[in-house]
Design a protein around this ligand. Sequence first.
Ligand code: FAD
Length: 288
Amino acid sequence: MIPYAFEYTRVGSVDEALMVLAGNDNAKLLAGGHSLIPAMKLRLNAPSMLVDIAGISELAQISATNGTLHIGALATHRAVETSDLVKARCAVLAEVAGSIGDLQVRNKGTLGGSLAHADPAADYPALVLALDATIKVAGTSGRRVLSADDFFVDLFTTALEEGEIITEVVFPALSAGTGAAYAKFPNPASKFAVVGVAACVSVDAQGLCTEVRIGVTGAAANAFRASNVEEKLSGKRLDASTIATAVAGMADPDDMLSDLSASDEYRAHLCEVMAQRALTAAAKRAAA
Ligand code: FAD
C-alpha cells in the first residue's frame, strides 16, 4: 500500500496546470484524490508527478443560466448534493451526488474527477448520459466541448486527449413535462453501483412520451445508453406494463461485467429492475 515515488506540484490556474502537464511525461492531475490515490497505493497507477488542481477555485463554481446548470469540475459531490441551486434546477443531480460513497468520499471527490476516471461503477456517468450533459475541456491546443454520448469509451477510458482538463459540466435545465430519476443497486460497502440506471423522460399534454434517455452504469466496461429501451418507449404512455415490456431483455449477459459483486446474468437482471424503477419514478415526476 505504498505508492512509487512521485513529484508533487500545486497549481493556481488551468493554464498553469496545462503547462505543467505538457512539460512532464506521465504527470497526472490530482483533484479529490479519492480514486487516484488508492490506485497509486495499489501500484495500479504510477504517475511521475501529481499536479494538484484542488486550489483552482474558479473550477469549483456552481451556477445557472435560464436554460442550463453549470457545475465546475472541482465541485465536490457534497457541494452538488447540498447546493440549493442544483436541488431547485435538477434535483436528480443532487440525489445522485448524495448517493455516492460516504460523507468523507463526498467531501473530497469531485464531478470532474469522477468523469475523467470513468470507473465502470461510478454513478455520475449514467446521469450525464440520461440528461444529455456536455463536458467542457481545456487543452494546450484550445478548448472544446464533448457530448456525454461520446465521452465514455471503455474501461477507465474516456474521449479526453492526453493533457486535457475537464473544466465544467453543463446540464440542460429540466423543463415542465420532463422528469428524471436514478435507481441503483449499490455495493453495500462502497456504495459504488453494481448497476445504476438514470432515466430522463418528457411527456406531452396527453401523457405520451416525446423524449426518453436512459444511462446505465456498473453493468458493462463503460456507461452506455439503453437505446433499445428508448426506442420502445417513444410515443407511448409510460404505464407499468409498457415499461416492463420495454425493459425485458434489455441487456445481454455476454456484454455485462462479472465479478465478486455480481455475475453477468445477475447484472443483466439488475439492469431491467433498475431501469424499471428509474423510468417509473422519472415518468411520475414528468407528469407532476
Ligand atoms: P482523483 O482521484 O483526484 O482523480 C481521478 C482521475 O481523474 C485521475 O486520473 C486524475 O488525473 C483525473 N482527473 C481529476 N480531475 C480531473 C479533471 N478536472 N480533468 C481531467 N482529469 C481529471 N464513486 C461513485 O461514483 N459512487 C460511489 O458510491 C463511490 N464510492 C466510493 C467509496 C470509496 C471508499 C472511495 C475511496 C471512492 C468512491 N467513489 C465512488 C469514487 C469517488 O467518487 C471519487 O472521488 C471519484 O471517482 C474521483 O474523483 P476525485 O476528485 O477524487 O478524482
